[in-house]
Write a protein that binds this ligand. Structure first.
Ligand SMILES: NC(=O)c1ccc[n+]([C@@H]2O[C@H](COP(=O)([O-])OP(=O)(O)OC[C@H]3O[C@@H](n4cnc5c(N)ncnc54)[C@H](O)[C@@H]3O)[C@@H](O)[C@H]2O)c1
Length: 307
């Protein structure tokens, strides 16, 4: 995708900043964020930063493509602040799409989540029946219903929702601002590098379909280029357990830090995730390029470089 004017909401956040920086190499990019969690320090110099809220009335939606990634991005955030979560995640999406459509934008790609699949060791296809076990899931499924409505109501707009699976990059990338909300691999690598034991819930056998942010960025761009409608998984289809992940981090860092194990403190804890990626693969040809082994090396590299 080259030579377009593009808006990335949540553009100072983890995935948004990676996307904005990548797109800015060949496009005119505006990154919009209200600083709830992200920071403009994540952005490259050639990205225009706009400090604004997705609920604002006059958004910079005079663009060719909108990537809508702004959200209260975790289950905990919506538990602490359910009304604000619904406003930002659902009404914010509606506000952005309405303004983008009024300004003549015809392509919207937005973030949804894989967490509504619940716990599954088998690959989860997009057409599965889903339950909203948390307020976060409910808000993202609400977004998807609006996305579906926009696709049928506006002939001149395509809207595609992306169900991301456990996205990571590491604190040495643009994930540092997420702190306790960052991916477990990023948190655990940071702990292990400083000789501290990571705390694993349960017995560490839970699995995640860890997906490197570079693959997510490529999937988002491919989705916009193909002007897709509907919802798509972005994952790898190859999950790893937390115990395996800790072993791999220790191997790469040359450390021998033992994890601590604590009882799982959450109800409705998702024990296992795994993406079925056949739909996005067939629609765009996209394939994840970064194996988990390579991803662990990338997360750990800044700690080795600083030795
Ligand atoms: N990281 C993952 O593994 C993952 C998995 C599934 C879904 N998602 C979704 O992907 C999107 C991006 O996630 P992320 O990991 O980059 O999280 P993030 O929290 O780093 O990014 C979200 C950004 O939205 C901004 N924001 C929040 N409220 C806003 C508002 N009212 N107006 C403008 N900006 C606002 C935040 O400041 C933040 O920079 C989110 O929608 C998240 O729910 C992420």
């Amino acid at each position: 995708m080259d030579g377009n004017r593009v808006l990335v909401t949540g553009g100072a956040g983890f995935i948004g900043s990676n996307l904005a920086n990548h797109l800015a190499e060949t496009n005119d990019v505006v990154a919009l964020d209200n600083g709830y969690l992200g920071t403009p320090e994540n952005l490259a110099e050639d990205v225009e930063f706009v400090d604004a809220d997705v609920l604002d009335e006059d958004l910079p939606t005079d663009v060719d493509v909108v990537y809508h990634l702004a959200a209260l991005s975790s289950r905990q955030m919506l538990e602490e602040n359910p009304r604000e979560g619904a406003r930002v995640n659902v009404e914010g999406f509606v506000n952005v799409v309405e303004q983008a459509h009024a300004d003549g934008c015809d392509t919207v790609v937005y973030a949804s989540t894989s967490s509504a699949y619940g716990s599954r060791t088998e690959p989860s296809p997009e057409d599965m029946e889903l339950e909203a076990a948390t307020g976060y899931d409910a808000s993202m499924l609400g977004r998807e219903r609006y996305g579906e409505y926009y696709n049928s109501y506006y002939d001149d707009l395509t809207c595609a929702g992306m169900r991301f699976f456990s996205v990571y990059q590491g604190y040495g990338g643009n994930e540092g601002h997420k702190g306790e909300y960052a991916n477990t691999i990023s948190q655990f690598a940071d702990k292990i590098a400083s000789g501290e034991s990571p705390v694993l819930w349960g017995d560490g056998s839970q699995t995640r379909d860890f997906t490197h942010v570079d693959d997510i960025v490529a999937g988002l761009v491919a989705t916009a280029e193909h002007e897709l409608t509907g919802v798509y998984n972005l994952g790898t289809g190859e999950p790893y357990s937390f115990n395996e992940m800790v072993d791999m981090i220790n191997d790469v860092l040359g450390t021998d830090v033992e994890p601590e194990y604590e009882p799982i403190p959450l109800e409705n804890y998702v024990h296992d995730t795994c993406a079925d990626i056949s739909k996005i693969r067939e629609a765009t040809g996209w394939e994840p390029q970064i194996s988990f082994e390579e991803g662990v090396e990338r997360v750990c590299a800044p700690y080795l470089d600083s030795e």
